[in-house]
Design a protein around this ligand. Structure first.
Ligand code: ATP
Length: 432
C-alpha cells in the first residue's frame, strides 16, 4: 500500500485533500491522471449498465434533498454506528470493526458503546430562523425512489426496468482509513431495479452474474474477487437478502459493492411519508402494485483503489526494476504516448503533429525529454498501454513503431493506421 500511495501522489493520481493546510481526514483529491482513470471507470459502468441496455434509464439528482426523505428512508432513526473510545490513547473505533475487546492501537480498555448518526448535517437557506436543517446524502439511491413517479410518468419504462445514478455521497465515518477505501466524501454508482415480486430471485441472480462479469471486464483478477453472503440476522433493516463483492486488497478483503433485495421497503416508506401513490400499473399482468427492488450498489473510489492495487506490478528487466501499472487499456488514463526517437532531424516535428492528430480520438501524451528507454518507463509507471515511436524510418516510409506496455514488444505500422488501430482497443463503447 505504501508504494502505491506514494506512486499515486508522485504521478498525480490521488492527493490528500487540502494538503497545504495539513490535510483533512477522509477526503481525497483526484489529480490529472486519477481524474481520467475515474472518468473512464464511470463511463465504462454507465455504458455497461445503462446505455447498452434497453431496460435501464439514468438520473442525476441533487445531493441536498428534503429532510423528510431521510426520516422516511429510516436514516434518521437507524443510520447509526456504534462507537467505543479507548480510555488510554483516546482513539475512537467502530465497534463492528474491532476484532477483540481491547484497543487495537494500544491494547487499552475500551469505553461502553454508544450510538452516533453517520449523516453529515447542513443548513439550507440564509436566514437563521428559516434555514432548513438537512443532510448531505449518505447514499445516492434515495433520490431514485423519490423521483420514481416522475420517471415513470415522463418515460415509457415498463416493469422490469431499472434506474441508475452515480454521484457523491457523504458519511461521517468514525475512522476513515485505508487510503480511499473508507472516506467521508465518496462516490457511488447505484441501480434500483424494479420488478414483480415473483421475479425478484431470478433478477437477483442475473444481477449477481452481471456484476461479476463487469469486474472481470474492467480487468480485475478473478482470484482476487469473492462473494460474501450476509447472514440473515445481520441484514440491514430494509434488506431481505444481501451479498457483497469483495476484493482482496493489500490490507485484506474489503467490500466493493453490495447487491440487496430491498423488497418494497423504500417505495412503501416514501408513499406513506409523502402521501403520493408510488405504485405502478403493469399492463401485462393487468395489476397495480409496488414493485420489488433489486439494488446493485457500488463505490467508485473503492473500485479505483482495486484497479490501482490490481494493476501495480514490479518486474526485473536488465537488472533494473520496472514498475508497471497494467490497467485494462479502456481504463488507462493515457492511451498512447508519442515519442520521437531523437529530437533532431525533424523527428520531433513529425511526432508533435501526429500527437495533435491522435489527441482528437483519445488521450495522448507527447514526450521528447531523455533517453527513449527512460521515456518508455515513465509511461509504464502510469499505465499507458501504447507508446508510438517516430524514428528515421518514419521519414522514409511513413511508418512508426508501437510498443506494447505489457509485453514490451514492438510492431511497425503505417502512421495513417495507428489511430484506428489503437482506438479499437481503447474505446469504451466497444465492450463486446
Ligand atoms: P461498509 O460496511 O464498508 O461501511 P456499507 O455496507 O455501509 O460499507 P453500502 O451502504 O452498501 O456500504 O454502500 C454501497 C457502496 O458504497 C459500498 O459497497 C462501497 O463501495 C461504497 N462506500 C460506502 N461507504 C463508503 C466510504 N465510507 N468510503 C468509500 N466508499 C464507500
Amino acid at each position: 500500500m505504501d508504494k502505491l500511495v506514494s506512486l499515486c501522489k508522485r504521478k498525480g493520481f490521488i492527493f490528500q485533500s487540502s494538503g497545504i493546510y495539513g490535510g483533512v481526514n477522509g477526503c481525497w483529491d483526484f489529480g490529472p491522471l486519477g481524474v481520467e482513470l475515474k472518468r473512464n471507470l464511470r463511463d465504462h459502468w454507465w455504458h455497461a449498465f445503462v446505455t447498452s441496455r434497453d431496460d435501464m434509464v439514468g438520473l442525476d439528482a441533487s445531493i441536498l434533498m428534503h429532510p423528510q426523505v431521510w426520516v422516511a428512508s429510516g436514516h434518521v432513526e437507524k443510520f447509526h454506528d456504534i462507537l467505543v473510545d479507548c480510555k488510554e490513547c483516546k482513539k475512537r473505533f467502530r465497534q463492528d470493526h474491532l476484532e477483540s475487546e481491547q484497543c487495537p492501537e494500544c491494547g487499552g480498555e475500551l469505553s461502553e458503546p454508544r450510538t452516533f448518526n453517520s449523516m453529515l448535517r447542513t443548513r439550507m437557506g440564509v436566514s437563521e430562523d428559516t434555514a432548513l436543517e438537512t443532510y448531505l446524502r449518505p447514499e445516492t439511491c434515495q433520490s431514485i425512489f423519490v423521483s420514481f413517479k416522475d420517471i415513470v410518468s415522463s418515460t415509457r419504462v415498463k416493469i422490469p426496468f431499472g434506474i441508475a445514478q452515480m454521484g457523491k455521497s457523504f458519511r461521517n465515518e468514525v475512522n476513515p482509513r485505508n487510503f480511499i477505501f473508507r472516506s467521508r466524501e465518496f462516490e457511488q454508482m447505484e441501480i434500483e431495479f424494479f420488478c414483480h415480486e415473483d421475479e425478484a430471485e431470478e433478477w437477483f441472480d442475473r444481477w449477481q452474474q452481471a456484476i461479476w462479469d463487469w469486474y472481470v471486464a474492467i480487468g480485475l483478477k478473478e482470484d482476487k474477487l469473492r462473494w460474501y453472503e450476509h447472514p440473515k440476522e445481520s441484514l440491514a433493516h430494509y434488506s431481505k437478502r444481501t451479498v457483497d463483492v469483495e476484493y482482496n486488497f493489500p490490507f485484506g478483503w474489503g467490500e466493493l459493492q453490495g447487491l440487496a433485495n430491498r423488497g418494497v421497503y423504500d417505495l412503501t416508506q416514501h408513499k406513506e411519508h409523502s402521501g403520493k401513490d408510488l405504485s405502478f400499473f403493469d399492463p401485462e399482468r393487468k395489476e397495480r402494485y409496488i414493485p420489488t427492488v433489486i439494488e446493485p450498489s457500488a463505490g467508485v473510489d473503492r473500485t479505483v483503489l482495486a484497479l490501482l492495487c490490481d494493476a501495480y506490478d514490479e518486474e526485473t528487466v536488465n537488472d533494473d526494476t520496472r514498475v508497471v501499472m497494467r490497467f485494462e487499456p479502456k481504463l488507462a488514463p493515457i492511451k498512447a504516448a508519442v515519442l520521437p526517437l531523437v529530437k533532431k532531424d525533424g523527428l520531433a516535428e513529425i511526432a508533435d503533429a501526429l500527437e495533435k492528430q491522435l489527441r482528437k480520438k483519445f488521450n495522448t501524451y507527447y514526450d521528447h525529454a531523455g533517453a527513449i528507454g527512460r521515456r518508455y518507463r515513465r509511461q509504464d509507471e502510469i499505465g499507458t498501454p501504447f507508446c508510438i515511436c517516430v524514428d528515421h524510418q518514419t521519414k522514409e516510409d511513413e511508418t512508426v513503431t508501437i510498443r506494447h506496455r505489457d509485453s514490451m514488444e514492438q510492431e511497425r505500422l503505417p502512421m495513417s493506421e495507428v489511430g484506428t488501430h489503437i482506438l479499437k482497443q481503447v474505446s469504451i463503447r466497444d465492450l463486446c
